[in-house]
Write a protein that binds this ligand. Structure first.
Ligand SMILES: [Zn+2]
Length: 388
């Protein structure tokens, strides 16, 4: 028994080593995989056969093993069967995406809904309907969805699948993962953290260096990526940029404080009542002075909050996402001018502001991407689990 367990653990470890090599460096021949992993060719062949059976790898054309090697059959990681679900509950929309094992986004869905007007039960039921229809579509594409992550606009307890508080939804301690009751393992995470991972894996990625990703929504969150991984803070609350104080005597905020960034640059502060984002962008394009002035105010406030972030964290790059992506041409200039005024004296280089390459889908993409990372890090857990 003990020996069987050891054998399973070793096989699981070796599957991860081989799939990891294919993910990083593939396509590779079995001989090149053996050389790269230090495993014997016989072991590699068995593991590759298991991965092919599980739909995680496929054989493709011939490649040459280095300079002198003979041409061999290449094996590469495949996205044709295994996939992951990314979901998002935000204040004024629900969203979902399905990403396959090769990190190709296969399906997207977004629903505009006012989640402030609905109970948590109704919002979660709406997300469940969206998820179930996406799982059916994924199955129609031959995809088997291994797990999902829900992005939520507030601090979460990832171990219990609960959102602690989402002030802009009026939610406290809602057990989202349990209430969703989907027929697959589901975790929760913070929307701003997942959006940063979405940018890392599906946007500009490694070119950003250590970066801060700012998600402008009704609230404003940020995710900090250091050495390719999220910095969450001791209790998972890192990156609450929306509650960084811009002006201590400013207007009251839902968090209990006053003068928070959210009150100057959040969606509710930027949009006049009754106007949507598309309406604001149309007015900006037409050069409407009040729309331009609103973005200048928001951009300057953002610049002050980002100055604090840069002084504390020293990132290479700052990515503006969420509503700040379509508003980038009007918000980034005032933000940059503020940062240069306040940071330029003591720093040789002020971090560049860049626009998100993934925009509105960043958080669900980051969620699905995180599930894919886990499968690639431990394909054995997926292979040995009962298949639906
Ligand atoms: Zn606040």
């Amino acid at each position: 028994m003990a020996q069987a367990l050891r054998h399973d653990a070793m096989r699981a470890g070796n599957l991860a080593v081989v799939l990891g090599a294919l993910d990083r460096d593939g396509p590779l021949t079995r001989a090149a995989l053996a050389e790269a992993t230090g495993l014997t060719k016989t072991t590699v062949s068995k593991l590759v056969a298991d991965l092919i059976d599980a739909g995680m790898a496929v054989e493709s054309g011939a490649v040459r093993d280095g300079e002198r090697g003979r041409p061999g059959v290449a094996v590469h990681l495949s996205g044709h069967r295994v996939a992951a679900l990314g979901l998002e509950i935000n204040v004024d929309y629900l969203a979902g995406c399905v990403v396959d094992l090769s990190r190709t986004a296969r399906l997207f869905r977004t629903q505009a809904v006012d989640n402030r007007a609905a109970s948590p039960e109704d919002v979660i039921a709406g997300l469940r309907d969206l998820a179930i229809s996406m799982l059916a579509d994924a199955a129609g594409h031959g995809l088997s969805v291994a797990g999902g992550i829900v992005a939520l606009p507030g601090p979460v307890d990832r171990s219990t699948g609960t959102v602690h508080s989402a002030p802009n939804l009026g939610w406290r301690d809602v057990p989202v993962a349990d209430a969703l009751a989907l027929p697959l393992p589901v975790l929760v995470d913070n929307e701003a953290n997942l959006a940063a991972l979405g940018e890392l894996w599906f946007g500009s990625g490694a070119a950003l260096g250590d970066f801060l990703h700012v998600s402008g929504e009704i609230g404003i969150g940020a995710g900090l990526v250091v050495d390719g991984a999220l910095f969450r803070g001791a209790h998972g609350y890192a990156g609450e940029l929306g509650h960084v104080v811009v002006s201590p005597d400013g207007p009251a905020c839902r968090c209990g404080g006053t003068g928070c960034l959210e009150r100057y640059a959040g969606q509710d502060a930027l949009l006049p009542a009754g106007e949507d984002l598309a309406g604001l962008v149309a007015r900006l394009r037409a050069g409407d002075p009040s729309a331009v002035a609103a973005c200048e105010r928001a951009g300057s406030a953002l610049g002050i909050a980002l100055t604090t972030a840069v002084n504390l964290l020293d990132p290479d790059t700052i990515v503006l996402g969420g509503i700040f992506a379509p508003l980038f041409p009007w918000v980034s200039g005032p933000a940059e001018a503020t940062m240069h005024r306040r940071l330029g004296q003591i720093r040789a280089r002020v971090p560049a502001l860049v626009v998100s390459q993934v925009g509105a889908d960043a958080a669900p993409l980051g969620g699905a991407g995180q599930v894919i990372q886990r499968i690639i890090a431990d394909p054995g857990a997926h292979l040995l689990a009962p298949q639906p």
